[in-house]
Write a protein that binds this ligand. Structure first.
Ligand SMILES: [Zn+2]
Length: 108
C-alpha cells in the first residue's frame, strides 16, 4: 500500500489516481533518488566557488585601495603615474578609470 502525496489517503499500489482527491499517484511513493557522485562533486565545487568568490571580492581591496590612494596622491601633487600603473589600474581596479588615465596625456 502507498499513501497519496496530496491528501495522505491510503491507496492501492496499482492505483493511478487517488480515489479520495483525484490526485495523480506517484510511481515511486517514498523512494528518493540517491544523489549521484557527480552531483555531490558539483555541489562541493559550488561551495568552493562561493568561498573563492568571497575571497576574490575581498582580496582585491588589498591593492585597489592602495592604488587608488597613490593615484589620487600623484594627481594631487601633479606627479605622473607610470604606464604600468595605468595598465594595472585598468586591469585590476577599474577599466574605465584605466582608460581615462591612459587617455590623460597631461598626466605624462
Ligand atoms: Zn489524495
Amino acid at each position: 500500500m502507498k499513501y497519496c502525496r496530496n491528501c495522505g489517503a491510503l491507496m492501492d499500489d496499482k492505483a493511478v489516481v487517488c480515489v479520495k482527491c483525484g490526485c495523480a499517484a506517484e510511481n515511486e511513493p517514498s523512494q528518493k533518488k540517491a544523489p549521484s557522485t557527480l552531483s555531490t562533486v558539483a555541489k562541493v565545487f559550488m561551495v568552493l566557488g562561493c568561498i573563492a568568490g568571497a575571497f576574490c571580492f575581498l582580496i582585491p581591496l588589498c591593492w585597489t585601495i592602495p592604488m587608488t590612494v597613490s593615484y589620487s596622491n600623484a594627481v594631487k601633487n601633479g606627479k605622473s603615474v607610470s604606464i604600468g600603473f595605468k595598465i594595472c589600474a585598468l586591469l585590476f581596479v577599474n577599466i574605465i578609470a584605466g582608460i581615462l588615465m591612459l587617455c590623460d596625456k597631461d598626466g605624462e
